[in-house]
Design a protein around this ligand. Structure first.
Ligand SMILES: NC(=O)c1ccc[n+]([C@@H]2O[C@H](COP(=O)([O-])OP(=O)(O)OC[C@H]3O[C@@H](n4cnc5c(N)ncnc54)[C@H](OP(=O)(O)O)[C@@H]3O)[C@@H](O)[C@H]2O)c1
Length: 254
């Protein structure tokens, strides 16, 4: 994935990009898998988790040395037992990447709106906050990376709760970065635009750019020591003023 010619050894990354032990939630597919490939290639120990064991095993087979734990992040108990197990089996875990997420397409008149909203809030909001709190007790904890979205800044109203969860994650990440600075903890936000993954359902993101293109930008951003990594649409939305945000909203919600 990385071209040796265009990627010399990182020189000025704030986060050391090699020799970490990293947990990536949702590392079996999509952006999480792309991050697993990147960090594996850069010489880190990578642990991934998710619900589907077959998907996790496939990544273990493709990337020798990567290990996986199955865990449903919807469940508070499962989050706690995962982090307890990791603290015992991997006391050198020093990076947490909160990547797992779901995207529910729904309308207010749907009878299951509230049930699906609760699930989305638990996975996209409650789980990263909970995992971060458990991770901060680890002796070696050094870096937290949260994966939010360009939809933290403008809204695609077909995914109303999703956008709100990502706005939460953006806000929370900024505060945590500030609060943890004095303890020498680094808090980074990866802000993807729409990418070709199965998020929200198979086929919905087929026309979006490939994950590998974005991962290249993530590498460049981390290497440059950026604490917020944007690309394409998410870069435009992160830097947009009120007029541009309104225009984007009107374009996306005709
Ligand atoms: N693709 C995009 O357009 C886009 C844009 C902006 C931001 N993002 C964000 O990027 C992150 C990754 O999404 P993706 O696009 O790579 O989609 P994806 O391929 O569907 O990845 C989501 C991952 O989260 C895991 N996950 C979902 N629910 C879980 C649960 N209850 N417990 C444990 N793991 C769970 C899934 O694994 P299992 O199903 O096996 O559990 C899957 O590996 C998400 O936070 C998403 O919001 C994506």
């Amino acid at each position: 994935m990385l071209n040796e010619m265009t990627h010399p050894i990182p020189l000025k990354a704030k986060m050391n990009l090699t020799n970490n032990k990293i947990l990536i939630t949702g590392g079996g597919t999509g952006i999480g898998k792309g991050l697993a490939q990147l960090f594996h290639q850069l010489g880190n120990s990578v642990i991934i988790c998710g619900r589907r064991k077959d998907v996790l095993k496939q990544v273990e087979n493709e990337l020798p040395g990567v290990i996986s734990y199955s865990c449903d992040l919807l469940s508070e108990n499962e989050r706690e037992s995962l982090m307890k197990k990791l603290e015992t089996e991997h006391p050198d875990l020093n990076v947490l990447i909160n990547n797992a997420g779901i995207q529910n397409w729904m309308k207010p008149e749907d009878s299951d709106f509230f049930e699906r909203a609760k699930m989305e809030i638990k996975i996209n909001v409650e789980a990263p906050v909970h995992l971060t709190q458990l991770f901060l007790a680890y002796r070696k904890a050094k870096t937290v990376i949260n994966v939010s979205s360009g939809l933290a800044f403008t809204q695609l109203s077909n995914v109303p709760v999703y956008c709100s969860t990502k706005a939460f994650l953006h806000s929370y990440t900024r505060s945590m970065r500030h609060l943890l600075k004095s303890g020498n903890m680094e808090v980074i936000e990866i802000i993807p635009p729409a990418l070709n993954t199965d998020l929200g359902g198979i086929g919905l993101h087929d026309s979006a750019p490939a994950v590998s293109d974005f991962i290249e930008a993530v590498y460049q951003g981390l290497n440059a020591g950026k604490s917020e990594i944007t690309w394409g649409f998410s870069e435009m939305m992160r830097n947009a003023g009120p007029v541009q945000l309104e225009e984007a909203f009107n374009r996306m919600n005709p």
